[in-house]
Design a protein around this ligand. Structure first.
Ligand code: FE2
Length: 113
């Protein structure tokens, strides 16, 4: 594989990871704003939001270091679907559980990616 092909694959991977982490924020922030009765969950979620913001910054630094930018289109599209996913659980009586299940699955998706 040519060096430029390897680089292109790496850049796409960084852009996908950046969009995925942005999607995670679009899921977690509305969840956090709705938590009323579970302060420990809220604290953990806030901690993970801060960690995710740091991951986004590091990915942006990696892209900048390669004279590349993140994909605004991917960020916008995935953030929209993330917000819709978070909204989907608000009508459930067990919203806190559904969010926990979804967040666990999404985190494993992030780890895999
Ligand atoms: Fe995460």
């Amino acid at each position: 594989m040519a060096d430029n092909e390897t680089r292109d694959i790496f850049i796409v991977g960084l852009r996908n990871a950046h969009a995925m982490e942005s999607q995670a924020l679009s899921i977690m922030k509305p969840q956090l704003s709705r938590i009323e009765n579970y302060p420990e969950v809220a604290e953990m979620l806030q901690r993970h939001i801060t960690e995710t913001e740091g991951q986004i910054r590091r990915i942006e630094e990696s892209l900048t270091g390669l004279n590349e930018d993140h994909s605004r289109l991917k960020v916008m599209a995935l953030s929209l679907t993330g917000s819709m996913a978070a909204l989907g659980h608000t009508v459930a009586g067990d919203e806190i559980l559904k969010n926990s299940f979804a967040n666990f699955a999404f985190e494993n998706f992030e780890i895999s990616a």
